[in-house]
Design a protein around this ligand. Structure first.
Ligand code: FAD
Ligand code: NAI
Length: 464
């Protein structure tokens, strides 16, 4: 039986980063992955293919807006097969890159599906049989999968999860998206830009729950302007397949009204759930919460000593960079170092146009908790770089303690995902709005809106 200091189950951003860091720290490490490629959800069917398609579709959509710049484009056409081919190549190159990083760092990749018969042992099953490994410590990084909608069968042909919506061979006529969360908006915008009519049906009376309400409203306005249709406050109760396509039955939430919606494809994007099936957690006594996420302590240890868990399969934001941070912190603690993740400063970015980026608390959370705060806002309309590029939708909003310490920052706007990094660093370092406002920002740049929002919190914005 092969013997390792650490066996990592799952080769996604949580697992593969943990495996590499553990090897750097001198541990003998194996990483087990069952899907036939490294990179997990993120590289194979998540972050990377979605961003590749968002970029390609943005370039296509931009062609019809270039006349404002005095540029005429004639005869532009869409080769969806080539666009998908490019996406697949980006994914393939990156997943192979991780296999190279494993070799470079001495991590042993073992292909197959893992289970844990007892602490200290891992069984790997493949079509060819089973192998047993001995492990001083075991790290579960088995990630997540789309949550199904009860009573609705996802066939990945007409009724799609995000995985199917990343691989369509034709542009739908009418794509109905269930869920105005991150996936619904990103993939909804991809297909809208490529020519589909897209209707997003959302249970709540707002889009992007969890994002600051004022910023989510700006995003909804901008996305509507770019073609997405929203039907909020509606629950999908069923989908019927007919000769002319699909009919969704909708219930108006809190009202005795039913409606229907016709579409040729439906994307179900109502959240993701942890993957732990087949690991044998029950028999081991590894505790999970009511939604199936694995309970861990501050050192990522489960209820069973020697078994740890990180990433999407534990409670917390389901984001690739959070999974990576978990993985690094977990193995650093195992090596006797001081690994730590500050979950208050984990940023989130929705890569739509405009982007929606956030870190820290929302205004709603501060109000609910009765916390005293100051806030500042600056609209991109008043930013000279935004005016020159024509990307004037949205705003930067900052929230701070009465003494000025940053508590949260929220951006709706072009490049918001890049602009938030400055505010994440500021929050991590405990900086105040005054300190950010006194930092010299290049001109003309979108980042000046960050400075102005901080000045606004102090009651002295210059360009507002
Ligand atoms: P995963 O990436 O899910 O990896 C887990 C791996 O474990 C999988 O490869 C699985 O095959 C393997 N596995 C499971 N069980 C076993 C077993 N028993 N034996 C062996 N292997 C096993 N996040 C962002 O931060 N930014 C984005 O832009 C972003 N975009 C996304 C877009 C989409 C469409 C989706 C679906 C998700 C997106 N996410 C994004 C979320 C991100 O993909 C996840 O948060 C991230 O992948 C979680 O990493 P993980 O390592 O915890 O799990
Ligand atoms: P989500 O949690 O972001 O949004 C789901 C939406 O569906 C919510 O608005 C919810 O109210 C709504 N909903 C739930 N049940 C419904 C129903 N029956 N009818 C109508 N609406 C319903 O989940 P999503 O979009 O599936 O994404 C899953 C996870 O993937 C996210 O938590 C996110 O962390 C991650 N992700 C991150 C990305 C990024 O960082 N850019 C991109 C894509 C996904």
């Amino acid at each position: 039986m092969q013997n390792f200091d650490l066996v990592v189950i799952g080769g996604g951003p949580g697992g593969y980063v943990a495996a590499i860091r553990a090897a750097q720290l001198g541990m003998s490490v194996a990483c087990i992955e069952g899907r036939g490629a490294l990179g997990g959800t993120c590289l194979n069917v998540g972050c990377i293919p979605s961003k590749a398609l968002l970029t390609s579709s943005a370039k296509y959509a931009e062609l019809s807006h270039l006349s404002a710049h005095g540029i005429g484009v004639e005869g532009a056409s869409l080769d969806l097969g080539a666009m998908m081919g490019r996406k697949d190549k980006v994914v393939g190159d990156l997943t192979k890159g991780i296999a190279f990083l494993f070799k470079k760092n001495g991590v042993e990749l073992i292909e197959g599906w893992a289970s844990i018969p007892e602490a200290g042992q891992v069984r790997v099953s493949t079509d060819d049989g089973e192998t047993m490994l001995a492990a001083k410590n075991i790290l579960i990084a088995t990630g997540s999968e789309p949550t199904p909608l009860p009573g609705i069968d996802i066939d990945e042909t007409d009724v799609l999860s995000s995985t199917g919506a990343l691989a369509l061979s034709e542009v739908p006529q009418h794509l109905a998206v269930i869920g105005a969360g991150v996936i619904g908006l990103e993939l909804g915008q991809v297909w809208s830009r490529l020519g589909a009519k897209v209707t997003v049906v959302e249970y709540l009376d707002r889009i992007l729950p969890g994002i600051d309400g004022e910023i989510a409203k700006l995003a909804q306005r901008a996305l509507s302007k770019r073609g997405l249709k929203f039907q909020l406050g509606r629950k999908v109760t069923g989908i019927e397949r007919g000769s002319n396509g699909l009919t969704l039955s909708l219930e108006r939430v809190g009202k005795d009204v039913t409606e229907s919606l016709e579409a040729d494809k439906v994307l179900v994007a109502i959240g993701r759930r942890p993957v732990t099936r087949g690991l044998g957690l029950d028999a081991l006594g590894v505790k999970v919460d009511g939604r199936g996420f694995i309970d861990v302590d501050d050192a990522f240890q489960t209820s069973v000593p020697g078994i740890y868990a990180i990433g999407d399969c534990v409670p917390g934001p389901m984001l690739a960079h959070k999974a990576e941070e978990d993985g690094v912190a977990c193995v650093e603690i195992l090596a006797g170092e001081h690994g730590h993740v500050d979950y208050n400063t984990v940023p989130g970015v929705v890569y739509t146009d405009p982007e929606v980026a956030s870190v820290g608390v929302t205004e709603e959370t501060l109000k609910e908790a009765g916390t005293e705060y100051i806030s500042g806002k600056f609209n991109f309309m008043a930013n000279s770089r935004a005016r020159s590029t024509g990307e004037t939708d949205g705003a930067v909003k900052v929230l701070a303690s009465p003494g000025g310490k940053l508590l949260g920052a929220h951006i709706c706007g072009a490049h918001g995902g890049d602009l938030i990094a400055e505010l994440v660093l500021a929050m991590t370092k405990g900086a105040t709005v005054e300190e950010v406002a006194r930092t010299c920002h290049a001109h003309p740049a979108m980042g000046e809106a960050v400075k102005e929002a901080c000045l606004d919190a102090l009651g002295r914005a210059i360009h507002a």
